[in-house]
Write a protein that binds this ligand. Structure first.
Ligand SMILES: [Zn+2]
Length: 224
C-alpha cells in the first residue's frame, strides 16, 4: 500500500512515483519544487556576487520569497525537495541583517572621516547628510527598519553636535577679532540650531541658557 506524501491519498490500488507522490500531485508539484529551488539557489548566488547593497538585499528578498513558497512542501519527505526552506529563509534573513548592518557602519565611518577631514564646515557636515540619505534609501528593502532608524537618530545627533561645535568656533573667532555684532548673530544662529536639532530642548536647557547668557554678555538680546 502506498500513500502520497503530499495529499495523503492512498490505498491498495494507489501508486506513487520515485518522489513519493501520486499521479495527481506529482506532475504539478515536482516541477514547481524544482523551479522554486532553482530560483532560490540562483538568487542566493547573485546576492553573494552583488556589489551594490540594494541589489544584494533584493536578491536575498527574492530567495526568501522562493523559500516561503516552498514551505508547504517541507517536512513531507518529498524527494524533489533537497533542502529545508524555512531554515534557509532564516539564514537568508540573518544574511540580510548583516549586510544592512555593515552598510550602515561603512557609511557612518565615511561620514565621520569627512567630519574630521573635509576642508570646509559645509563639507564636514555633508558627510552625515550623505550617509543618512543613502541609509534611508535602503530602509524599505531592508524591511527591519528599527536598527536603521536607531543609527539615523544617532547620526543626526552627531551631526547636530558637530554643527554646534563649528558655530562655536566661528563665534570665538569673531569675538577674538572684536566683531561683536557678528558674534551675536552667530550666537542667535546657534540658538536656532539648538532649538531645531534632533536633541530634545529639555536635554540641552543648560546649553541654551549659556548661549542666551553669552548674547546678553555681548550686549545683545536673546530672541524670544
Ligand atoms: Zn497526491
Amino acid at each position: 500500500m502506498a500513500t502520497c506524501r503530499f495529499c495523503g491519498d492512498g490505498g491498495i490500488f494507489a501508486r506513487v512515483d520515485g518522489y513519493g507522490l501520486c499521479e495527481k500531485c506529482s506532475p504539478a508539484i515536482v516541477p514547481r519544487i524544482q523551479e522554486l529551488s532553482a530560483s532560490a539557489a540562483q538568487h542566493v548566488k547573485a546576492a553573494s556576487k552583488a556589489k551594490k547593497i540594494n541589489a544584494r538585499i533584493d536578491h536575498l528578498r527574492q530567495a526568501m520569497s522562493a523559500c516561503a513558497e516552498l514551505a508547504p512542501y517541507e517536512g513531507k519527505n518529498i524527494k524533489a525537495l533537497l533542502f529545508e526552506p524555512t531554515k534557509m529563509a532564516a539564514e537568508l534573513r540573518a544574511q540580510r541583517s548583516a549586510a544592512v548592518e555593515s552598510f550602515v557602519h561603512e557609511r557612518w565611518h565615511a561620514a565621520r572621516d569627512k567630519a574630521r577631514d573635509a576642508a570646509t564646515d559645509g563639507g564636514r557636515l555633508k558627510g552625515y547628510a550623505d550617509a543618512i540619505e543613502s541609509i534611508t534609501a535602503i530602509a524599505d528593502a531592508a524591511e527591519d527598519v528599527k536598527p536603521i532608524e536607531a543609527a539615523i537618530a544617532e547620526m543626526r545627533a552627531e551631526r547636530d553636535k558637530l554643527r554646534f561645535l563649528l558655530i562655536s568656533k566661528r563665534i570665538a573667532k569673531a569675538e577674538a577679532k572684536g566683531q561683536t555684532k557678528k558674534a551675536i548673530d552667530l550666537l542667535i544662529d546657534a540658538l536656532i540650531e539648538l532649538r531645531h536639532d534632533a536633541t530634545p530642548d529639555a536635554e540641552q536647557l543648560d546649553l541654551i541658557e549659556r548661549v542666551n547668557a553669552k548674547i546678553r554678555e555681548l550686549g545683545g538680546t536673546p530672541p524670544a
